[in-house]
Design a protein around this ligand. Sequence first.
Ligand SMILES: Cc1ncc(C[n+]2csc(CCOP(=O)(O)OP(=O)(O)O)c2C)c(N)n1
Ligand SMILES: [Mg+2]
Length: 327
Amino acid sequence: MSLTKKQKKEIFYTMLLSRRLDERAWILHRQGKIAFHISGIGQEAAQVGAAFALRRGHDWVTPYYRDLALMVALDYAPLDFMLALMGKRDESTSGARQMPSHFSSRAMNAVSHSAPVATQTSHASGIALAIKMKKEDKVVLTSLGEGSTSQGEWYEAVNWAAIHQLPVIFLVENNMYAISVPADQQMAVPTAADKACGLGLDGRSVDGTDAFAVYDVIHEVAEKARSGGGPSLIEARMYRITPHSSDDDDRSYRSREEVAEGKKKDPIVVVQRQVLEQGVLTEAEIEKMESKIKTIIDQAVEEATQAAYPEALEAAYPVYAEEVRRD
Ligand SMILES: Cc1ncc(C[n+]2csc(CCOP(=O)(O)OP(=O)(O)O)c2C)c(N)n1
Ligand SMILES: [Mg+2]
């Protein structure tokens, strides 16, 4: 199913909103206003392309910490992100007890991941098994970095999904690094998709800076999974433009020339060029989007700054209870 102009516009808008939110998080960190940020800059095209290929709110996602753009595509609000970054009480995922960027939402069928990388992939296979047993027409999309495909837990999750033909998509966001370790030190095969043949599932590699290409492939494998065709492993290739996190200095392990080269494939630039060339948006419309986004983010920062912190006692409250006593 090909994308309409309206959908392409929405995809670009979502990518841009996520990028500007992410950039603001870096600024807030450098201003000493938040403690930590882990960035999705450079990965927006893959995430938004994938999210748009799902039936959002119907299908399930078990994302990872770089998936801000994926979550924004599922309707994660700028204010919620800012509340989470600032550790404010009304932060939507856990009342500020989970780290920021450990996204979750009941309404979005998004399940929070744990700190050990790749654990969300076995959660995904478990959810997919439940879907199969209940004969529902849902799929699960789980995402992880290429470094995380070295984890035993990931092999178990993929193996299980392949054996039982579960409706799950493993989206590997290959940004070429696991903190300081380059991808060729994580795997002896050229792409993470090559790992699929040893596990018995469909494996493909796609340009992760091209949101529309990612949409096409995820849409195809999602429909296949929905109709009983089993799991798929999709590698989206991109470059991690920022350091690993706000606490990392990447100058110690990669050259500035390499980063400058990587930035040439910035997905915002790639998709902006596409939407302009295809007549989906004009320069003036993009400028209007930018100013709308700036207003939204300024308001979210202001509101989150004014919002209350949790009481110390609230650390002992249950995280996922429907109602908590605040007295
Ligand atoms: C089991 C485990 N080992 C190590 C870590 C520390 N750690 C956090 S993120 C990360 C890098 C993961 O790299 P990758 O999977 O490529 O994802 P990326 O951060 O590049 O998106 C590591 C090693 C961890 N969280 N869990
Ligand atoms: Mg990586």
